[in-house]
Design a protein around this ligand. Structure first.
Ligand code: TXA
Ligand code: MG
Length: 335
């Protein structure tokens, strides 16, 4: 891998890429070349699109924070293609983590472990732990292999915006702010990975996702969930920041009858409103999985349509519904 300092343009983290235009490509070799030269690249995964740089390239990692406008205290997930790479990133892999890796990798699960000494501070926001995940996506795997190191990658959205499930959504947020977008199909899952902290004796769920707590407890029954204000959440800085919010005001409702129809209002949920045509935009989903798959895309569509208020029906807090509710509550919380 080229040292970042061999690229004169890479001297400061704040330098912009010389071509303001963002290259959109389906060529993994082109994308890998940008990353090797220190320029973060957006790429598809099965959950949402990520914005990746080598875990060992501090300058490039600072560029990720800058492009997203992400608080530097919010650490990144390292994406690997081979379980052996986890051994190099982590100081140790407890049995709990090992079993989860065997069952759920590759897939939408992120595991927090004590980190190895040579992982740069900037990759983990100075924490003593590192989050790792192995995406289940052929293009992501090919890119990590082509670069030759694990890639740290947050979701490829401007900080605070809904996560991108299409490469067009990445472009909407980051055009001219990143060097390259590696295109792929719309993400299969639509919500980010489940995050579980295995760095301590009792594993703690830090972020619900498409792998449910029940599925995790079938493997590790002792897993704890965290409540707002829980000590364990202090270890996951991402849970402190406002997230996923569209420009429109997001209002949670228990039933479609509570949604107030108007041309500048939108509705999404499982129950059909009495007259969907009275809303500027309305989406009725078959089940929680479809709702979760649609939500980020729908919120972006609402912004493009200039919706002022988006009514979202609360899902049941179990299975994928728990992950969806988590995202909706954080998007509704404008504090
Ligand atoms: O599905 C996903 O996880 C996507 C794709 C691109 O892989 N990535 C993603 O990254 O959602 P991001 O940065 O948007 O969210 C990462 C979450 C944040 O809440 C962050 O605080 C938490 O993981 N996290 C990262 N490293 C951590 C660590 N060492 N300890 C605790 N939490 C950590
Ligand atoms: Mg994110």
């Amino acid at each position: 891998m080229d040292a970042p300092s061999s690229d004169p343009l890479a001297e400061t983290a704040t330098a912009r890429h010389p071509s303001a235009a963002t290259v959109v490509t389906s060529d993994v070799a082109v994308a890998a070349d940008f990353i090797r030269r220190g320029w973060p690249v957006a790429f598809p995964t099965e959950t949402v699109f990520g914005l990746g740089a080598s875990v060992y390239d501090e300058v490039a990692i600072r560029r990720i924070y800058e492009a997203k406008g992400r608080p530097s205290s919010n650490p990144l997930i390292a994406h690997v293609v081979d379980p052996d790479e986890i051994r190099k990133l982590a100081a140790s892999i407890p049995d709990t983590a090992q079993r989860l890796i065997e069952v759920f990798f590759p897939g939408p699960l992120t595991i927090v472990l004590k980190r190895a000494e040579d992982v740069p501070d900037v990759a983990t926001a100075g924490l003593a732990t590192i989050a790792v995940r192995m995406p289940d996506h052929p293009i992501a795997s090919e890119l990590i292999r082509a670069v030759g190191t694990p890639l740290v990658a947050p979701s490829a959205n401007r900080s605070g915006r809904p996560s991108p499930t299409t490469w067009e959504a990445v472009r909407e947020d980051l055009d001219g702010r990143i060097a390259c977008i590696l295109i792929g199909e719309r993400s299969r899952s639509g919500l980010e990975s489940t995050v579980i902290d295995c760095s301590d004796d009792v594993p703690v769920l830090l972020r619900p996702g498409s792998i449910s707590i029940d599925a995790l407890r079938r493997i590790i029954p002792s897993i704890r969930t965290s409540e707002p204000g829980d000590q364990a959440l202090a270890r996951s800085p991402g849970t402190r920041f406002r997230h996923y919010a569209p420009d429109a005001e997001l209002v949670l409702v228990t039933s479609s009858r509570e949604a107030v129809p108007s041309r500048d209002a939108a509705y999404i949920g499982l129950d059909a409103p009495e007259d969907p045509a009275q809303f500027g935009l309305a989406r009725v989903c078959r089940d929680e999985a479809e709702y979760a798959y649609e939500i980020f895309d729908f919120l972006r569509e609402c912004d493009r349509a200039g919706a002022v208020r988006v009514f979202c029906q609360k899902p049941q807090p179990s299975g994928i519904g728990l992950a969806l509710l988590d995202r909706l509550q954080r998007a509704a919380d404008r504090a």
